[in-house]
Design a protein around this ligand. Sequence first.
Ligand code: PLP
Length: 243
Amino acid sequence: MEEIVERLNGVLQRIERACRQSNRDPETVRLLMATKTVDPDRIKIALQSGQRLIGENKIQEVKEKYDALKAVPHESHFIGHLQTNKIKDLLKYGVDCVQSVDRLKLAEKLQQRLTFEEKELDVLLQVNTSGEESKFGVSPEGALELAQKVAGMDRLHIKGLMTIGLFSEDKQKVRLCFQKLKAIRRQLIELNLPGVEMSELSMGMSGDLEIAIDEGATIVRVGTAIFGKRQYPDSYYWKENKK
Ligand SMILES: *Cc1c(COP(=O)(O)O)cnc(C)c1O
């Protein structure tokens, strides 16, 4: 269990070092702990050591961990592929932000349910910057149109963009993904859509957070480097329902 705190400190040091090297204030980068497959006791240790932000990929896991975590102050983001039939549970179990809005249909269903429940929700638009089939996200070409449509939905507040970089040893290729996301943000800022903020860039994970920070990440999502290797391959989370 101490291991988690040690690893967590290691990750915080990496973030700080990366910020220093990129001339950024460490205060401008938030750590989101990606907690898929991690049991609540271990998540609690990380939260109690001073962290605040967690992200799950499946509503089922949000639900299962809800009771165990509700007494510990934290903020909960959803970072996985969201099926529309899970929206009710998403709202019931206190998710504060959905980082993975990637299609109009999903935004419409969220808007509909939020209207019914008289609630509002922060969202990020997930963009597929790597072009990989296995990854969810709106295409870079489709991002502006999606943003324009979601901007018209009064229950959804766009706070920025999210992406999963290419898994590659070639750092330049990984960097290109993050640059692509940044370029889309610039275009969206120029469009100046009413009610749309572009303050968040959620990018960078255990293997590439330094590059992401150098390219302007405001949220890095880290799992393995804190909690250790997962039991399931990531395709279990990322390819669900894809042919
Ligand atoms: C699992 C996951 C992460 C964290 O990945 P690690 O490589 O374990 O740090 C980040 N983002 C998303 C969307 C994830 O599913």
